[in-house]
Design a binder for this molecule. Structure first.
Ligand code: ADP
Ligand code: MG
Length: 320
């Protein structure tokens, strides 16, 4: 099936007086209709900047997309005006963040905010929009949606707010949902509810999802396809089955080795010794070499290419 989203050689850099920060440094992947792509990697690997770049939301005056294409339904989003992009956001492409408060205005009732999103993108009466808002809230697990619709964000818990955000994002039935660590700040039960919602969206509405996480347990549950990012680049990608069954990149292997017992909830990936190199100063060779137990001297000289080792399975390592 034709991909809904094709990201090609995406590069997003930040510039300051002293340096160029290569936050996203040549990233390629595709998302097919009705599939969940998980992007995994330690903090600082460029996951959030990749998703913000897709949405045309690179923050700050000094950051910009310097190369590449973001083809959505055949249209290159990198070339669109801010007005065209804001038309797509919340409409055909929706995004949810780690901290749901970022997407909610504390001054307005939940229902008003969902209604506003609906009216911005669809031709509906207020009354129709309110009915849809209530229905959406019910579908994300609020049996008393008629009460929630008239609550303010601060009256809800973090987990409830995250579900409100999902309801709001789903109200316009986007084709693509980008979720950036949406469960990281939530407790385990709520996390399970949110993951369940994601699965239902995919199965019932055929929504394509990019789900960003540093939690491989979540990837194992949710992903059809996966991308492992390290230092602004993809080091391994393929179907989740292949990458889980036959991980080949030493970084992927290290991540998998660092999945701890179910009792430790956070910082699952801190078990790999060393740190991610600074995006302002990447080494010339393999960016993982410094931390890699398999590294040879040649690894430090030349940046490995991302190679297709079996159909659909790409690995950036010269040793495999
Ligand atoms: P992740 O989401 O994987 O933790 P990010 O995409 O947030 O990583 O960050 C990737 C890199 O971009 C990091 O090196 C980070 O320091 C840099 N970066 C992120 N935001 C900015 C910014 N506003 N200005 C400069 N550098 C940034
Ligand atoms: Mg991030």
């Amino acid at each position: 099936m034709e991909a809904l989203l094709k990201v090609r050689n995406l590069k997003t850099f930040f510039y300051n007086e002293k340096s160029v920060i290569r936050a996203v440094d040549g990233v390629d992947f595709e998302v097919k209709p009705g599939r969940v792509l998980c992007i995994v990697g330690e903090s600082g690997s460029g996951k959030s900047m990749t998703s913000l770049s897709i949405m045309g939301l690179v923050p700050g005056a000094h950051g910009r997309i310097v190369d590449g294409e973001v083809l959505f339904d055949g249209e290159d989003l990198v070339q669109l005006s801010e007005e065209q992009l804001s038309d797509l956001r919340g409409n055909k492409i929706a995004m949810i963040f780690q901290e749901p408060m970022t997407g909610l205005n504390p001054l307005f009732k939940i229902g008003e905010q969902i209604i506003e999103v609906l009216l911005r993108h669809r031709k509906l009466s207020r009354r129709e929009a309110r009915a849809i808002a209530i229905q959406q809230l019910r579908s994300v697990g609020f049996p008393k949606a008629e009460i929630i619709v008239d609550s303010y964000p601060h009256q809800l818990s973090g987990g409830m707010r995250q579900r409100v955000m999902i309801a709001m994002m789903m109200a316009c039935e986007p084709k693509l949902l980008i979720a950036d660590e949406p469960t990281t700040a939530l407790d385990v039960t709520i996390q399970a509810q949110v993951l369940d919602l994601m699965r239902r969206l995919k199965d019932e509405k055929g929504t394509s999802i990019i789900f960003i996480t540093h939690d491989l347990g979540v990837v194992a549950e949710l992903a059809d396809d996966m991308v492992v990012m390290y230092a602004g680049q993809i080091v391994e990608s393929g179907s989740a089955d292949i990458v889980f069954d036959q991980p080949l990149h030493p970084y992927t292997l290290a991540l998998m080795g660092s999945i701890p017992s179910m009792t430790e909830e956070n910082d699952r990936l801190t078990a790999i010794p060393g740190t991610v190199p600074s995006a302002a100063n990447f080494p010339p060779g393999c960016r993982f070499a410094e931390r890699c137990s398999a590294a040879r001297s040649s690894c430090f000289n030349q940046l490995p290419e991302l190679r297709e080792l079996s159909p659909g399975h790409l690995v950036r390592c010269d040793l495999v």
